[in-house]
Design a protein around this ligand. Sequence first.
Ligand code: CTP
Length: 413
Amino acid sequence: MTLGEGRAPLAGKFIVLAVTGGIASYKSIDLARQLTLEGAEVQTVLTRSARAFVQPLPFQVLTGRTPIEKMFPVEGGDHPGDMPHISLTEKAHQVVLAPATANAVAKFARGDGDDFLSTLLLSAKAPVIVAPAMNPRMWSSPAVQENIRLLRSRGHIVIEPGVGRMARPEEGEGRGRLPENAEILAEIHKVLLPNPDLAGLRLLVSAGPTRERWDAVRYLSNRSSGKMGFAIAEAAAGRGAEVTLVSGPVSLSDPAGVKVFRVETAEEMRIAMLDAWRNADAAVMAAAVADYRPSAPLDEKKKKESGPAAIELERTADILAEMSESKGRRILVGFAAETGQLAENAMDKLRRKKLDFIVANLVSGEENAMGADASRAIIFDPSGSGEELPLQEKYLLSRKLLDRITKMWQKSS
Ligand code: CTP
């Protein structure tokens, strides 16, 4: 996307541009200008050391907003309200840290909260785009590299600095230059603008738990929240796929642009999935389907009796296994919720259910993926090789899964 086309691709987007202090700080003035020209609302944040290199006025003139410099709002100032860092990150579609000094990177990695910028970064919801700029020796130091790895493992996007002449000629060349504004803009576009790489794909997704009735008011279920399946459906629709989502009972609202069928039991989910599978190119079975249901559910509410009670259970159908019977060359992805022997159990499921890949999660201990906002996962493919995905928000995980599906789909079509 270039400027001068009379387009405003970032219209409606609110971007926080945080500027820290380095010789490259002046380049952020032009970045603020370009973002504004592309239609974005831009709020700049200047650290104390940024103020040693740049003045607030150019940012104010270009963006129409006074840069934020202080932790606490000034009485009668431009940023009333008691917690501007929280309200800003609530509103922001994207936070961009450019240039990011070694100090800013270290504070962000460590989770400091001692100035406006660090508290803002701590409360940021979406992945932050970080554009580092520093001396090459600092950039290659183990401490900075460790911090960069940490930020990336948390899902943040760190753009590799450029190679070039340093500010002072005697320092020669090396990696550490602020990435070009065009590169930073391209990253912003990648995150904020719809990428239609799944246009034409008919994707079926299942999500949430199922409920198996025991009596008039009680049921057997599990702790699945549906967040993973909903995140996949939403992200796929954003990438142009035609998405059908079959969900068990969850408290999430329908993702935009997705056809949603709400079901309750494993059997209802089976019927809805098999029906939609007839017209799908790929399916992701993220639901936590009950394996058992009470064999004789009661119409009345069961009265308590003295002594122990037992519920007789019978097996439900394995939906994924049934779908794999008519798989053909279509893409089929499963999840494996395990409390141990992750690799062995996941590979066994992948083979039995003829899957193209399986996403294995631990559902025990501190990192129980079920119901959580973030999870760690390993993706296994039929060759047995596993890709480890570090702990991250489910919407970030969903992007990685979709990248895999995109590759497979593009190869096959
Ligand atoms: N699955 C399904 N129908 C079921 C049970 C599971 O379609 N009745 C799907 C899940 O949605 C998931 C995959 O099969 O994609 C694996 O689910 P999981 O519960 O981990 O494994 P099971 O096959 O049920 O095996 P087990 O419970 O013995 O671990």
